[in-house]
Design a protein around this ligand. Structure first.
Ligand code: ATP
Ligand code: MG
Length: 418
């Protein structure tokens, strides 16, 4: 029996990969325009890093991590998200010493042991960005406008931005306490997970997808009404700057993120088009994380988007590249000329295809169609004798006579494809 891939691990085939490259290239362009530089960190880290950053009582650490003991008896984990590793590297290499304001982006595979379904896999891919060293709400607004611009540049109307504030270590305990008082009377209505998390992580009940939990928490106290003055002002300014920049958003006071390190601003880019996998990108502020990992007391904010979900939103849009020219030949003698022309044009930066197998003209033209070549040319004895051939635009059949030299064809194609 032929072998198959591991469950939840996907192959990205060429058509899909072309869509992915479009996403990645757009992200690089937009993020670099905003001054972010790429960082590449390992896919595997010491398990402790994720326990200490994401938090022991989160779904990710409790049940979703790919954790192994390696041959040296060390516990290692395939990264379930990017921020922890990027901040580990930021601290380890003292990047903050050059400039506490670092702007970093990354892209690559992440691993979580979840139940595979559409938009949810065990190896999935994220593109993320992190901005350190700025407490001012301008940083929050900048990150959010960048993320919004990314989705606009990629050509998507969906998703839309939702924001919330989760407060800080000063005000969140009082909110947690108020929420627990509210939940205590409704414990019987909550799902098993939320019951279990009532002690360790009661906020998760607010965005639990189980209908009973949604109903039980419908009148729960709002985190926004429990913010301390500092957090309240901060959130007000984030909104003010978003408005100044004309960025649309909706406040969702029930949004809690599944990672413990978030403080103050949290956000999601949400779509109605992917069923329950509605978050296409998500992030927030993590003002305590860097010091918690042994680094300096610097704030940070960032996000990660799920590439598979962005690709699903792009649907079947075709981003694959097509040949500029297909050269068809009539006989063996012409194939040598065709090969020389193709070789010269390829070296000149054009995408050129020809028939390799001496097939019939009809089948060569079928192939030109199938490859969606922009232009085609047929080279036979007459064309060789005349030293020129007629180049056909495949879209409408219109033709242009062009001398059969690399430079003449280059000049023609440069003009025609512009
Ligand atoms: P969800 O609520 O869908 O489980 P999450 O809160 O676990 O998402 P984050 O940890 O914030 O997600 O990750 C950011 C983004 O990464 C998500 O918005 C989503 O687009 C993507 N993502 C997360 N987990 C998966 C997965 N298992 N498969 C595919 N994409 C994922
Ligand atoms: Mg999740």
């Amino acid at each position: 029996m032929a072998l198959t891939a591991v469950k939840g691990f996907n192959d990205i085939l060429p058509d899909e990969a072309a869509r992915w490259r479009h996403i990645e290239q757009t992200a690089r362009r937009v993020f670099e325009q905003y001054g972010f530089g790429e960082i590449r960190v390992p896919v595997m880290e010491k398990t402790e890093l994720f326990c200490r950053s994401i938090g022991d009582a989160t779904d990710i650490v409790e049940k979703e991590m790919y954790t192994f003991v390696d041959k040296g008896e060390n516990s290692v984990t395939l990264r379930p998200e990017g921020t922890a590793g990027v901040m580990r590297a930021f601290i380890e290499h003292k990047l903050y010493a050059q400039d506490p304001v670092a702007r970093l982006y990354y892209m690559g595979p992440m691993f979580r042991y979840e139940r595979p379904q559409k938009g949810r896999y065990r190896q999935f891919h994220q593109i993320g960005a992190e901005l350190t060293g700025v407490t001012d709400p301008l940083a929050d607004a900048q990150v959010l406008t960048m993320l919004t611009l990314f989705f606009r540049e990629i050509g998507l109307q969906e998703p839309t931005l939702q924001i919330n504030s989760l407060g800080c270590p000063d005000c969140r305990p009082a909110y947690r306490a108020a929420l627990r008082v509210y939940l205590e009377e409704r414990l019987g209505l909550l799902c098993e997970d939320c019951k279990r998390r009532y002690d360790t992580n009661p906020l998760r009940a607010l965005d639990c997808k189980v209908p009973g939990c949604a109903e039980a928490t419908s009148a729960a106290p709002s985190v926004l009404e429990h913010l301390c003055t500092g957090c309240d002002e901060h959130f007000g300014l984030v909104r003010h700057y978003l408005e100044l920049s004309g960025t649309d958003y909706r406040i969702n006071s029930r949004m809690v993120r599944g990672l413990d390190y978030y403080t103050r601003t949290t956000f999601e880019m949400v779509t109605g088009l992917l069923g329950s996998q509605s978050a296409v990108a998500a992030g927030g502020r993590y003002d305590g994380l860097i010091s918690q990992l042994g680094g300096p007391a610097l704030p940070g904010i960032g996000f990660a988007m799920g590439v598979e979900r962005v690709a699903l939103l792009l649907g079947s849009q075709d981003f694959s590249t097509t040949p500029d020219l297909f050269i068809a030949t009539m006989g063996q003698g012409e194939r040598e000329l065709a090969f020389t022309l193709m070789d010269g044009l390829l070296k000149g930066g054009f995408r050129v295809e020809m028939d390799y197998e001496g097939k019939s003209l009809k089948s060569q033209m079928r192939r030109a169609d199938k490859l969606k070549a922009n232009y085609s040319v047929v080279i036979g004895g007459n064309e060789v004798a005349a030293g020129s051939a007629s180049f056909k635009r495949m879209a409408d059949g219109s033709t242009t006579g062009v001398p059969l030299t690399v430079s003449a064809i280059q000049t023609f194609l440069s003009g025609a494809l512009r």
